[in-house]
Design a protein around this ligand. Structure first.
Ligand SMILES: [Zn+2]
Ligand SMILES: [Zn+2]
Ligand SMILES: [Zn+2]
Length: 332
């Protein structure tokens, strides 16, 4: 994530700010500028902008050209959401949309294709953000549609599930990064030799899913899973292994980007800087490993759990290298 400052007074800002607490300027994020700008007319760019129509329901601070569509690039991707008067679930919806905006910015920074349902009604990307209180909702992905159970926005519920499932990490952003991995599988793995490499690294992506699910929940995690998988859940099915590894690729790239913005990693480590080929991936990992270790130790110093409680075995890095190559190619 980039480092932001107010263009009126120089105050430091965070991605979610809607107001500069120092000079009172109204702020919004512009995806095309990849920057927080001052409304209604940014003194730097001179363009006239307005807030996304979801500024209250989705806590959205993105803005769009005055003559453009009513919703921002991120909100437009949401197909289903709680009703405007559903006060109980709108807060959780806002939390989910906040995490989603971080996802959409990272994908844009990486130059990955984002095709919505309007352009591709069959496989385009859409989000259904639903409450499981009224109906049965399973977080997952199918043919471009990402479903998220808004109960995941409740911190007590989420922590309870995390402990029950013995997971090292569970966040809304993590859910989105995992599900978007499923979305990118058919988008990025199209060539025959890429599919062959997928099979070598992850296994058969079309293996029976229900069987794998039953096995995973009846037998539990296989011993020694850490030597080839980034998480225990990744052992469930090759498609889950790909999605988990993809999520970690996004964790690493974004966290490294933030580190670079604040001088803890070289400027060349930012998301918008292409890192082609094997050398590019080696460089990312060379920068990541000592950074993650230091961040983990800093979290421990504050009495928190480790920031990145994962081990990246060689086999996991090989899988991630493949994902990096596909993303770098898609970036062009
Ligand atoms: Zn200011
Ligand atoms: Zn919006
Ligand atoms: Zn999955």
């Amino acid at each position: 994530m980039r480092d932001f400052t107010c263009s009126e007074c120089g105050q430091r800002l965070v991605f979610e700010n809607t107001l500069c607490l120092s000079c009172g300027s109204s702020l919004g994020f512009s995806l095309s500028d990849r920057n927080l700008l001052v409304l209604p007319k940014d003194p730097e760019s001179g363009q006239r902008l307005r807030k996304c129509a979801n500024q209250f329901v989705a806590q959205c601070n993105w803005m769009i050209p005055e003559d453009g569509p009513a919703l921002c690039e991120s909100c437009r991707l949401t197909r289903t959401r709680p009703a405007d008067n559903d006060d109980k679930w709108l807060a959780a919806f806002g939390e989910a949309e906040s995490a989603k905006r971080r996802l959409i910015l990272e994908l844009t920074e990486l130059g990955l294709p984002l095709v919505g349902r309007d352009a591709d009604p069959e496989f385009g990307l859409a989000f259904d953000l639903l409450s499981s209180a009224a109906e049965h909702v399973v977080t997952g992905h199918e043919n471009g549609v990402i479903t998220l159970d808004l109960a995941e926005g409740d911190v007590v519920h989420r922590e309870q599930v995390r402990v029950e499932l013995d997971e090292a990490y569970r966040t809304l952003l993590g859910h989105f990064r995992h599900e978007i991995g499923h979305y990118y599988f058919p988008v990025l793995v199209t060539a025959e030799d890429d599919l062959a490499r997928f099979r070598d690294l992850f296994g058969d992506p079309y293996e029976d899913y229900q069987e794998a699910l039953n096995r995973h929940y009846s037998e539990g995690k296989p011993p020694g899973w850490e030597s080839a998988h980034v998480s225990a859940y990744a052992t469930m099915h090759p498609a889950e292994d790909w999605a988990e590894t993809f999520a970690h690729y996004l964790h690493i790239r974004d966290t490294l980007d933030t580190a670079a913005a604040f001088g803890f990693a070289p400027a060349g480590a930012t998301l918008d800087r292409p890192q082609p080929g094997n050398a590019g991936f080696d460089r990312i990992i060379e920068l990541w490993l000592p950074l993650a270790w230091a961040l983990n130790m800093m979290n421990r110093s504050m009495g928190h759990r480790e920031l990145y409680p994962f081990v990246l075995a060689d086999r996991v890095l090989e899988k991630m290298r493949f994902i990096h190559e596909l993303c770098a190619t898609a970036q062009g």
